[in-house]
Every structure is written in C-alpha cells, then in structure tokens.
Design a binder for this molecule. Structure first.
Ligand code: FAD
Length: 237
C-alpha cells in the first residue's frame, strides 16, 4: 500500500459551536476521499515552531465541494486543540489520512442502526447519519446523544431536521444541571437505552463514539441488553 503523506488544507471556516467546541471546515489542496466514520491525522506548528499531530474524525460525509469538517473540543491544557482556536480563514493545516474502520462497512446486512454519541463523539456519528440519508436505503436509525449541557447540543437544527423526517429517532440527555431543558433526559446516555433501543435482533448494529468511560459503560449496557459483541462498534478517544 502506498504510504500516505501530509496534504495542505486551507481553513474555510472556524466557528465556536459549543462551550469550547470548534467546527472547522477545511479544503485540502488535493482530493482526500474517505468513508463516513473515518479520521485524519492533523498537523500544526506550535508556538515554538515544532510540529504537533493529533487525530480528528471527519464530521461530514465526503463532499468534494464543501471540504472536510471537523468538530474539535478545545482542551486549554492540551497541545494541539488550543491552536485550533487561533486558526483564521485562509490559514492552513496539514492532513494525513483517512484512517480507521469505524463506519457502516462494519455492519453486515444492516436492518436497523443505533448510534450513541457522547459530547464531541457526535462528529463521526454525524458523518454516518449524513451518509445514511444519502443512500437509497431506508433502515430506521436511533440516535442517543449525551452532552454536558444544552450549549453542547451540537448540530441541534440538523439533527432535529433528520428526526422530523420520521426515519431517525433522537434521544438527548444532559449530564449536568446547567441549562437543562425539558426536551433532554437527565443523566448519562447509557441509562436511557433500556426500553427504548431496538430489540437486539440480527441486523441491528450499534455504533458508539465518545470518551473512554462513556464508551465502556455503554458497551457493557448493550451486552446486558442482549446485543452480541459483533453488533457493537466502538470509537473511544
Ligand atoms: C481516532 C481518534 C479520533 C478523534 N477525533 C476527535 C474529534 O473528532 N474531536 C476531538 O475533539 N477530539 C478527537 N480526538 C482526540 C484528539 O486526537 C486529541 O486527543 C484531543 O484534541 C486533545 O489533544 P491536545 O493536543 O489538545 O491535548 P494533549 O496535549 O494531547 O493533552 C490532552 C490532555 O492530557 C493532559 N496531559 C498531557 N500530557 C500529560 C502528562 N504528561 N501528564 C498528565 N496529563 C497530561 C493535558 O493537560 C490535556 O488535558 C480523537 C482521537 C482519536 C484517537
């Protein structure tokens, strides 16, 4: 296989969309095709001029015209993510990839799709939703999406629009008391699966993305609800 090299990508937009979350859109100078759910290695120079590299999932489904989108939580004590906040339109980052197998290809004979996202874990999940809606298939989708508070309900309008189509059922929960709205359940997302999630029959595949503790607990919950290991696909950061 040909070794991948970094490709320069220009910043098209860089917006704050949550309490400390950036929605970054970039246009690579050469086409980078990827599958929904995959990630790229992003490289930037820090203040000392040294390179720093981190992985970020694409949050949109491959789109040649509008570029690649990323959703990046800024960790003030981190190395790369605070640099993202300073990127202006026209600046560049380097991208290598795509990498990873997380995505619809992991599901065989898919009949029903369960997506479970924690925080910025919505990023590859959104890409998978966009791809699902672009296909000529009508498998029903459940999206269980947990976030800290209402400000971190990323892509609210887009997700509510998918839900209003009737094909996607949206369940949201908040894990803190700040800004709680009645529309969200209260507590961690894995506590809201029981009695709501599709029955664990053949053809039901579950994709989980979020922080390691959330992914671990959610996986354990799915196993106790009767899902087989092969029906559960994980991406933990
Ligand atoms: C496949 C994959 C996909 C990902 N996709 C996304 C995505 O879409 N969006 C997203 O926001 N993130 C994503 N991540 C996470 C991302 O790659 C980075 O880990 C994240 O942005 C933090 O990077 P950073 O350089 O800002 O922080 P880092 O410098 O990596 O630091 C992270 C934290 O560790 C602490 N730390 C660092 N060094 C030490 C040390 N020696 N001792 C103790 N603590 C330390 C820092 O203070 C900081 O709080 C993904 C990760 C993977 C593996």
């Amino acid at each position: 296989m040909m070794e991948q090299t970094f490709v320069t990508a220009k910043i098209i937009s860089n917006r704050l969309i949550g309490d400390a979350v950036r929605h970054l859109t970039v246009q690579p100078e050469r086409q980078l095709d990827y599958e929904a759910g995959q990630f790229f290695l992003m490289r930037l120079r820090d203040d000392k001029g040294d390179y720093v590299e981190r992985s970020y999932s694409a949050s949109n489904f491959s789109n040649r015209e509008s570029g690649i989108e990323f959703v990046i939580r800024i960790d003030p004590s981190g190395h790369l993510s605070p640099l993202v906040g300073r990127l202006a339109v026209g600046d560049t980052v380097d991208l290598k990839g795509p990498f990873g197998r997380f995505g619809l290809a992991m599901a065989k004979d898919l009949k029903k799709l369960v997506l479970i996202a924690g925080g910025v874990g919505i990023s590859p999940i959104r890409s998978i939703i966009q791809k699902s809606f672009s296909l000529n298939e009508a498998y029903p989708i459940q999206l269980f999406y947990g976030f800290r508070n209402d400000n971190d309900f990323l892509f609210r309008e887009e997700l509510q629009k998918y839900a209003s189509s009737g094909r996607l059922e949206l369940v949201t929960t908040v894990s803190t008391n700040n800004g709680t709205r009645a529309e969200h359940g209260k507590g961690y997302i894995h506590l809201f699966l029981e009695n709501r999630i599709f029955k664990p029959e053949a053809g039901v595949d579950c994709f989980i993305c979020g922080p390691p503790a959330m992914v671990k607990e959610t996986r354990e919950k799915l196993l106790t609800l009767g899902f087989e290991r092969g029906q559960i696909h994980l991406e933990a950061w």
